[in-house]
Design a binder for this molecule. Structure first.
Ligand code: FAD
Length: 285
């Protein structure tokens, strides 16, 4: 159980995404097999916010849980789903022995109308967690934001809402990606003062290509410290050098966290097992 895993002194977990097309499952299974050799404590599988491709998340989570024997955590969002649809996802997960969910609100898909958005059953992740806690046997984690969620006016109000998520039944948190550990240390201190007592996994995404800055990172709203900006400026045009420098930055970032007693690391693998291997072999384990 993931909750048990988090009673260990340290954990390393991975995030993967499901294939977009049916024909890509075999390749995805090979990626998962390679990742499994690194003995992660659990693997989480992302979910499209609208919920249309949930079958792919379930299939990948099932493979992790049942074929690889590693705890799988399926991400689940409520922005595009009614109660009944969430219960259908739950039934599909249960039928595949997947008992752990990262319960998220999700972002509003571009093609969602105001009417669809406003008629959702759950306004916030905490509402969905409360509902699933009362109606299913799922174990749930929630998301947290070391640099605050982009909709929040202040860190103070975001942390108040995070406490609501803990009180609703979240058993641990996984953080948004960040590149500057100082933000994470400050966040941990403030969360502690707000009464957050459940474990928090630090989300780390290696920057192995300059293109990531324009896509994922912009969406996540994470600050780029000067040391990382300098690496991108120096190596951004050379894919192999950028890859090496980005992995090296992630290793140094994780080791600094570990040296400061942050021992639950969640690696956004982007389905790249070689990168995950280089990192897993060079951090404290
Ligand atoms: P919430 O916890 O609902 O928070 C959203 C905002 O509402 C925050 O500003 C919060 O402060 C505020 N809020 C919360 N509760 C209340 C309340 N009771 N009253 C007033 N305000 C409140 N997205 C996907 O679509 N698929 C994925 O697989 C996925 N995986 C993710 C994994 C991680 C680790 C993280 C950090 C994010 C992931 N996301 C994913 C993105 C996520 O869906 C977005 O960040 C989304 O905008 C917020 O989701 P949430 O669950 O944190 O929302």
């Amino acid at each position: 159980m993931i909750q048990n895993v988090l009673t260990k002194d340290s954990t390393l977990s991975f995030e993967v995404f499901p294939p977009k097309k049916d024909g890509e499952f075999e390749a995805a299974f090979e990626v998962l097999k390679s990742l499994s050799l690194l003995s992660p404590d659990y693997i989480s599988v992302t979910y499209g916010a609208g919920g249309s491709r949930f079958g792919k998340t379930v299939e990948i989570a099932s493979y992790i849980q049942n074929e690889l024997g590693i705890d799988a955590m399926a991400h689940m969002t409520c922005v595009g789903n009614k109660k009944e649809q969430l219960l259908e996802v739950y039934e599909a997960l249960k039928a595949n022995n997947v008992n752990h969910v990262l319960a998220l609100r999700g972002d509003r898909p571009k093609d969602m109308t105001d009417e669809q958005f406003d008629s959702r059953d759950f306004a916030h992740a905490s509402d969905m967690i409360e509902f699933l806690k009362a109606n299913t046997g799922l174990h749930m984690a929630g998301a947290c934001y070391p640099e605050k969620h982009y909709e929040s006016f202040s860190m103070e109000s975001d942390l108040k809402n995070l406490k609501t998520k803990q009180d609703a039944g979240a058993e641990f948190f996984i953080s948004q990606l960040f590149f500057d550990n100082d933000y994470f240390y400050q966040f941990m201190e403030k969360a502690d003062k707000k009464g957050i007592t459940i474990p928090i996994c630090a989300g780390i995404m290696p920057i192995t290509s300059a293109k990531q800055i324009g896509t994922t990172i912009t969406l996540a709203g994470s600050s780029i410290p000067k040391s990382l900006a300098d690496i991108i400026a120096a190596y951004g045009d050379d894919p192999e050098d950028m890859r090496k420098a980005g992995i090296d930055y992630a290793i140094r970032q994780i080791r600094d966290l570990q040296e400061n007693k942050i021992n639950h690391i969640h690696l956004y693998t982007m389905n790249k097992p070689m990168m995950a291997k280089e990192i897993a072999n060079n951090i404290y384990r």
